[in-house]
Write a protein that binds this ligand. Structure first.
Ligand SMILES: [Zn+2]
Length: 266
């Protein structure tokens, strides 16, 4: 009987037009014996238990078929919308902990917040910067895209990768006022764009990170923030933590500072 109830619950909720709670993400959506998927599933359960999660959505799938999950927190009626992203580079996963803390913690008020802790789940699984096709997703967006190779392989064409297209569609639909994209290990908040200068100053102050200018080694081409800032009304910014984040950065300063930056609280 419990098994039947478990299977029916998501269907009934959908039929009622209700958001799917995190715990109701179908097990079949998550590949078995996959550490990345297991971590995601465990997080989903924890989020549901803590009650901060309003909705869980699979926004797309990776090259190897892993789900890219987004969690909605906060107040969905708030005009203040923010999306926090991590792990677009699979080997820069420590900031995902900040987003997990927000997801698993107390309910958020004052903003409509989405978190995507693992934008590149294949790279995370394989401890690789790039996706399973060998593409650096943060060089694959269709603004100032050029063909690049090696560690910064930009893919055969702009937006060639399913992960890139998934987050583009998601951000276009949500239309957030603010997007924060987390990386490692350059330790700073990017102040390269005039459009995001005020956001950069607030993040620098509340996350306790220095203001810097990141030039993508050789001039930026096809990055997520370039695409979003050029094509969407909102503001997108890169935040880099150091190679090793402290426990306080992950669990106290990071979550609290992010909320304070967007005038939200919990
Ligand atoms: Zn990075």
């Amino acid at each position: 009987m419990p098994r039947i109830a478990g299977r029916l619950l998501p269907v009934l909720l959908l039929a009622a037009g209700l958001a799917l709670p995190a715990s109701a993400v179908p097990a079949a959506a998550l590949p078995a014996s996959d550490p990345a998927a297991t971590a995601l599933a465990a997080g989903a359960t924890a989020g549901a238990r803590a009650g901060a999660v309003l909705e869980t959505r699979i926004i797309g799938r990776s090259v190897e078929g892993r789900p890219i999950l987004a969690w909605r927190l906060g107040d969905p009626t708030s005009p203040v919308k923010a999306v926090f992203l991590a792990t677009i580079h699979g080997n820069e996963a420590q900031p995902a902990r900040i987003l997990a803390d927000l997801r698993d913690g107390r309910p958020i008020t004052g903003a409509d917040v989405w978190v995507v802790p693992y934008l590149n789940p294949d790279g995370y699984q394989h401890h690789s910067r790039r996706n399973a096709a060998g593409v650096d997703l943060n060089r694959n967006f269709p603004v100032h895209w050029i063909r690049q190779f090696g560690s910064y392989d930009s893919g055969p064409s702009a937006a060639s990768e399913p992960e890139t297209r998934a987050i583009m569609a998601f951000l276009t639909e949500v239309r957030p006022r603010w997007v924060v994209s987390f990386h490692q290990p350059l330790d700073g908040v990017d102040q390269s764009y005039a459009k995001t200068r005020r956001l950069a100053h607030r993040l620098s102050r509340y996350l306790h990170l220095p203001l810097k200018r990141f030039s993508c080694n050789n001039g930026c081409h096809g990055t997520l923030t370039q695409w979003f800032n050029a094509t969407q009304p909102g503001r997108a910014i890169t935040v880099e933590y150091g190679a090793r984040m402290t426990w306080r950065q992950k669990n106290v300063i990071g979550p609290r500072g992010l909320l304070r930056t967007i005038h939200a609280r919990r």
